[in-house]
Ligand binder design. Structure first.
Ligand SMILES: Nc1ncnc2c1ncn2[C@@H]1O[C@H](COP(=O)(O)OP(=O)(O)OP(=O)(O)O)[C@@H](O)[C@H]1O
Ligand SMILES: [Mg+2]
Length: 602
């Protein structure tokens, strides 16, 4: 039955305007997508949304469950606006943006899809007269490292030039050198380069947080940011009598954050060099103009940080129409500084009218029942025509043989995915880990400083140094009560150990290692098995989904604040609701899969 009750004139008018695209690599052309939309079994709730959007000029926020048809709806909405309207879909991450882009549904002369970072990047490019800004992920690290080196150079005249000096008395400056000697040189203990690194890492995190939250870096604001996200500095092995000095140093560092940001901005202005956070931060900071859009369709709107919202707000203030879709129960990016009450904040700032939708069209009925019966969602309802669905608890044994092309495997931690992917790869089963644009680079960049050149592969030495330093850092975070950060680092460290043990020994240089590891990662949809952290599985779906480490979920052990507890529960709901027909809940450890077990023959 074709339940399409919507007045089709808008679609028809639009259709006349579209020219079919001939490339076979796209599943759709804009015109075939139009036919698909016409025949799609939209239900009365979705049709009411179409109608509201057409009959009014208001801005809306659509609140629907996981699999509630939000992204599907966004793709159809492109037909509802006047011919020639410049429409931009703002996707949450690169993977969702690429999937939409490659689906072929967009008429690229007037419609586009971009992440908010991509949107900011194009604003920066316009501001640089069309020259593409160069992305240098270690930009802030370089600024801070050179300033810290200067401060502890021991060289009078030089250290006064560092950005911290003006916030420190000359006596303190002298004592700091001693303090730093204490931290850096082998005094009754092995060389401990971590402390200097800890000072640098701490500042990098705070600068990143300021950029994402657009926090004005006054001392008061920074202290509140630190307490909300528990970003306290931890230095290992600091003897008690150094504590007052450490406090003075900490404060000088915080006072100098505006100087770091100023240097950061100047590097863009003078050298056209940015980092990832700059894409959403600099257009706001430099007040760059928003142009060239009539409508913005925002997906996954429950998880935006203040810099992203403020970027979209620039368009809103110019009269660009905003339609946002999301699900407050899928807020999972608090750790990346998403606005805590993002939903209400958006409604307030963009004057959005909320429309609710009731069903999931994705999950089979038994999957929905499982989620509700276990108290993971109290109002998750399957659409009547959904499949029956199947849920089973399984052991990790023979996982490698069980998995089929098209399956989606999700995990709270990354290390089990890396273990599984390497095993699948060694057994010649095509599989990829999602996160080439972020996770892959994070892992490589963690290890890189320990290998002096790209050709350096001096046995185990670089790796051993890295391993030692990282374990200390993990311990240091734990001692400081920063358990969640310790987990994140331990997870990445485990990923690197697996890669070094299973891939590293087949490589003859760091460059070769990097290349081989890169092959395991992707951001695109391909035909093989997809392995994804729950965070990166946002918006995804598959017929068959495996949830690793299920018995340890929700992983609330390390969560302290209410928002962290809530987000862990949300993560479990996101994981379970990726499945259309088959949901396998794997009883495996949270951090490490057992290699022999997953590779065991049935
Ligand atoms: N009216 C409908 N009837 C049948 N199937 C539908 C309908 N609307 C959407 N679907 C299907 O439901 C599935 C989920 O849709 P979609 O991915 O748009 O949901 P979503 O709300 O964006 O999910 P998520 O919250 O995970 O991002 C898709 O396979 C889509 O084709
Ligand atoms: Mg979606």
């Amino acid at each position: 039955m074709n339940s399409f009750l919507f007045p089709l004139t808008y679609f028809d008018e639009y259709f006349n305007y579209l020219s079919p695209r001939k490339s076979s690599k796209y599943p759709f052309t804009p015109s075939s997508w139009w036919f698909h939309c016409k025949a799609f079994p939209w239900n009365h709730e979705q049709l009411k949304i179409f109608e509201a959007i057409i009959k009014t000029q208001s801005n809306y926020i659509v609140n629907a469950k996981a699999g509630g048809g939000k992204t599907t709806l966004l793709k159809a909405l492109i037909f509802l606006f006047l011919k020639g309207s410049k429409i931009l879909i703002v996707a949450f991450n690169k993977h969702i943006a690429e999937t939409l882009d490659k689906s072929g549904v967009l008429d690229k002369s007037t419609q586009g899809v971009s992440t908010s970072h991509g949107l900011g990047y194009s604003m920066l490019m316009k501001n640089s007269y069309g020259r593409k800004p160069k992305v240098e992920e270690s930009k802030v690290r370089k600024i801070i490292t050179s300033e810290i080196e200067l401060l502890f150079s021991g060289d009078h005249g030089e250290k006064e030039k560092s950005i911290y000096a003006k916030y420190l008395s000359s006596e303190t400056l002298d004592s700091l050198c001693e303090f730093f000697d204490f931290l850096e040189t082998p005094v009754k203990r092995e060389k401990n380069p971590l402390n200097k690194k800890a000072l640098i890492d701490w500042q990098i995190e705070i600068v990143g947080a300021c950029k994402k939250t657009l926090t004005s870096p006054t001392l008061e604001n920074l202290e509140s940011l630190i307490s909300t996200y528990r970003l306290n500095l931890s230095l290992l092995n600091v003897e008690a009598h150094w504590n007052p000095l450490q406090k003075i140093l900490e404060q000088a560092i915080l006072l100098a954050i505006p100087d770091v940001l100023e240097k950061n901005d100047q590097i863009y202005i003078k050298m056209n060099l940015i980092d990832f956070d700059d894409m959403i931060y600099l257009p706001n900071k430099l007040n760059l103009p928003a142009t060239g859009k009539n409508v913005m369709l925002v997906d996954e709107c429950q998880d935006l940080n203040n810099a992203q919202i403020t970027l979209i707000e620039k368009y809103y203030k110019l009269g660009v129409r905003i339609i946002a879709v999301g699900d407050p129960r899928q807020s999972i990016y608090g750790f990346q500084y998403a606005v805590p009450e993002c939903w209400d904040e958006l409604k307030r700032r963009f004057n959005l009218i909320e429309i609710d939708m009731s069903y999931t069209y994705r999950c089979g009925k038994n999957i929905v029942n499982y989620i509700v019966d276990n108290g993971y969602h109290n109002n998750f309802v399957a659409y009547e025509k959904n499949s029956q669905g199947y849920v089973e608890h399984i052991k990790q044994a023979s996982l490698v043989w069980r998995l089929q092309a098209g399956d989606l495997v999700v995990s709270r931690m990354n290390a089990p995915l890396v273990r599984l992917c390497v095993s699948l790869y060694l057994h010649k089963k095509p599989a990829k880990i999602r996160g080439r644009a972020d996770l892959f680079w994070e892992l490589i960049n963690m290890l890189k400083p320990y290998h002096e050149t790209q050709n350096d592969w001096d046995g185990q030495e670089g790796f051993n140094n890295w391993n030692q330093a990282t374990n200390k850092k993990i311990q240091e975070l734990k001692n400081n009560g920063q358990e969640s950060l310790a987990d994140i680092l331990a997870d990445k460290a485990e990923c690197i150990c697996i890669l070094m043990n299973d891939i590293g020994d087949k490589c003859s240089s760091f460059a070769m290692f990097e290349k081989s590891v890169k092959e395991l990662f992707t951001d695109e949809s391909n035909g093989g098995i997809i392995l994804s952290s729950i965070h990166r599985a946002k918006g995804d779906e598959a017929d068959t989904v495996y949830v690793l480490g299920y018995s340890n979920l929700p992983y609330t052990n390390k969560a302290v604040s209410d928002w962290e507890l809530q987000q862990e529960e949300n993560l479990l709901y996101v994981a379970l609701s990726r499945a259309k027909n088959n949901l396998f809940l794997v009883d495996s450890p949270l951090f490490k899969l057992d290699k022999t077990e997953i590779e065991s023959v049935l």
